[in-house]
Design a protein around this ligand. Structure first.
Ligand code: LMR
Length: 400
């Protein structure tokens, strides 16, 4: 029956983990997937998460959640993103649903817009963007186009190109924006640039669709990292927003996320809510409960919340210290050719190193150092035990 099914390529990100797992070299390093590791290279269970979980394990029932999820979680998560003073929240005009982490939020959003957004079926993504964005939106029924974002020459933002391409998008188009800690480049617009983008999107009647998978990971400050979507809402935009608690709570496998849409009234919100339910029910019926309970406990308990904020900052700070250490090793210890200052200036979980595909392939084959082929490394995969081996390997790959 399946003789005509062609073999597909491995996933550009999760396929790296498969290759890493198959490698028997004890010195191997996986900098592929964006998953936080502690100072000894181990997955990190946040103490706030462990405490929240311990309080209900074995006692909470396993009943179905409503289609749009656990209300105590969805309301607290929306407040975390939009801020307690946000107008659509206060007016009861925010449509929200729990989602299967950030990917699920993007997929619900893509499908909802494909079905109901009246002005366009085209979404513009930055070049480059997270590898899963294109398949998510295509499979949701949208056409995917690109706007310029990253300038290889400056290893920074192609601001002029970005503005030109967004201005040239047909009126009403959907524009995907990474709220903070752009994946894969680690290059974010400044606050002044966000303010200008807000004007440009308004002028073109363009629809801002935010992906916020890294709230807290950019600066270590939960509120500062939500600046962009909050600013757009304050400026009167209606937005879509996708949230993930994979990174900032370390709930990767629990699949905890949120999709929300600002609407113009409680009555409009009620209609949107009803259609979100109709969309989700045949997809996966209702979301998983365990991780949402953990996130809800943290977000709704002032003591746990404060503890969690400190832990997020701790993760962000460790990543920043690895940036400095790697920069110093390449620049001062090895005198590796090239300017490596972008490793320090880039934001969030990743560094877009500038290593070429042949270099990344050589690093995997000869040194068992794994990263995505575009030269992105997950900074969280580095620690005091492996950073010297990594820097030496990069130096070797660059010097050839
Ligand atoms: C990544 O970019 O590595 C993460 O967002 C994990 C994933 O699902 O790709």
């Amino acid at each position: 029956v399946w003789s005509a099914v062609p073999a597909g390529p491995p996933d550009p990100i999760l396929g790296v983990t498969e290759a890493f797992r198959a490698d028997t070299n004890p010195l191997k390093i996986n900098l592929g997937v964006g998953a936080y590791r502690d100072g000894s290279g181990k997955p990190y269970i946040l103490p706030s998460v462990a405490a929240a979980e311990a309080a209900f394990v074995g006692q909470a029932d396993k009943e179905y959640l409503p289609i749009t999820g656990l209300a105590s979680f969805t309301s607290a998560a929306a407040k975390l993103a939009y801020g307690a003073d946000s107008a659509p929240l206060k007016q009861g005009a925010l449509a929200v649903t729990q989602s299967i982490s950030g990917t699920g939020a993007l997929r619900i959003g893509g499908a909802f817009l494909a079905r109901f957004y009246p002005s366009s079926k085209t979404i513009y993504l930055p070049t480059p963007s997270w590898g899963n964005h294109t398949p998510i939106f295509r499979d949701s029924g949208l056409d995917v186009k690109q706007y310029r974002y990253f300038d290889k020459r400056t290893v920074g933002l192609d601001w002029a190109g970005m503005l030109d391409d967004i201005r040239a998008a047909p009126k009403g188009s959907i524009i995907l924006l990474h709220a903070c800690a752009h994946n894969p480049t680690g290059v974010d617009p400044t606050r002044a640039q966000w303010a200008e983008l807000s004007h440009v999107l308004k002028e073109g009647n363009l629809f801002p669709f935010f992906d916020m998978a890294y709230q807290g990971f950019a600066s270590g400050d939960i509120d500062a990292d939500a600046f962009a979507p909050r600013h757009f809402v304050q400026q009167g935009h209606q937005i879509a927003l996708c949230q993930s608690f994979a990174k900032n709570m370390g709930l990767y496998g629990e699949r905890v996320g949120l999709f929300s849409l600002t609407t113009s009234s409680p009555e409009e919100k009620a209609r949107v809510d009803s259609q979100l339910k109709i969309l989700i029910r045949p997809l996966y019926s209702n979301p998983p409960v365990h991780g949402a309970r953990i996130a809800s406990a943290i977000l709704n308990d002032p003591g746990l919340y404060k503890q969690w904020e400190g832990e997020v900052k701790g993760m962000a700070d460790r990543i920043i210290s690895m940036r400095t250490a790697l920069y110093n090793l390449l620049t001062n210890t090895h005198h590796t050719p090239g300017d490596w200052s972008h490793i320090k200036s880039q934001i969030g979980m990743f560094s877009f190193t500038g290593l070429t595909q042949p270099q990344t392939e050589a690093l995997a084959a000869k040194r068992s150092v794994y990263m995505t082929k575009d030269g992105r490394i997950s900074m969280a995969g580095l620690n005091e035990g492996n950073i010297e081996y990594f820097a030496e390997s990069v130096d070797g790959a660059v010097k050839g």
